[in-house]
Design a binder for this molecule. Sequence first.
Ligand SMILES: NC(=O)c1ccc[n+]([C@@H]2O[C@H](COP(=O)([O-])OP(=O)(O)OC[C@H]3O[C@@H](n4cnc5c(N)ncnc54)[C@H](OP(=O)(O)O)[C@@H]3O)[C@@H](O)[C@H]2O)c1
Length: 303
Amino acid sequence: MRLLITGASGLLGLNLALEARNMHQVVGVDRCQLTSVPFEMVCTDLLERGAVDRVLDTAQPDWLIHCAALANLEACEADPELARCLNASLPGDLAAACKVRGVKIVHISTDSVFDGIKSDLYTEEDVPNPLSLYAETKLQGEQAVLSANPDAIVARVNFYGFSLNGKRSLAEFFVNNLSAGEPIKGFTDLTFNPTFVGDLADLLLRMLAKDLRGVYHTVSADVMSKYSFGVMLARRFGWDESLISPESVDRSGLTARRAHNLGLSVHKLFTALGGPIPAFSTGLDRFYSQFQQGYPQKIRSYQ
Ligand SMILES: NC(=O)c1ccc[n+]([C@@H]2O[C@H](COP(=O)([O-])OP(=O)(O)OC[C@H]3O[C@@H](n4cnc5c(N)ncnc54)[C@H](OP(=O)(O)O)[C@@H]3O)[C@@H](O)[C@H]2O)c1
């Protein structure tokens, strides 16, 4: 298949493109950040007039995975208009343009659409209640996609991996500090399903191959706090876990509100795929193997 990936310089987009190129013809879109990547690139600002149609007509994809977004919560609070354009409007425009052309679209959304007050796992049936501007605009993006194109897949995700600038993911925060022996804090009151980005890439490609439609929680099956995630990572890498001290997010000074319990049920995805959802431990093993094999250096060389 010919697969178009927006946000190809981002944490998800770049890892997804590198993985997908083993099975598919990949075309990435970014704003000219990437150099000498082993897949085709289109360099454009997707917010420019006519860019959506131009990119689709140039790339001629069968599938589109839309990863581009303003994904930083504090950046959304600082620039609400940009957040609305990128996270709420653009996804709907892409979904409509894909529908006209018969292109299957996966829109990447977030676990943050929920308010995090449920004591159990969130299912796709639960009603979202976003707490931050980021979450609100991401929810509006979901709604715009599904109203323009009911055949679209909306994948709610949360993931970690190595990124272009080496600082994009929570796992890199732990790797960079623990490897240098630096003490850090880990939030005990934020829970999530940490998903290795390579596992997420595999899931997204399986969902496309199965021609799913609608909203899916697309994460690993295991739920833990951000603090526990750091501790597990430290153990896997053989670093000193006592460098991580437990902390409450309410004392962090972060401007955007965070939802506390974002554990997602993967039952719907498990049933739809008819097969296993990657476990946290196998994802962490893959992340560790990448570290040992120099993947962080390789990925940074694409800047
Ligand atoms: N990171 C997480 O754990 C997480 C959790 C939940 C959901 N998500 C969602 O997952 C998706 C991917 O997130 P990420 O962490 O990979 O994002 P990221 O690393 O911040 O990357 C964002 C991407 O969007 C591109 N982009 C931004 N504005 C653009 C524009 N006007 N035109 C074209 N491209 C533009 C950027 O390109 P440039 O490099 O050219 O700026 C970059 O490639 C997002 O939808 C995000 O909301 C992420």
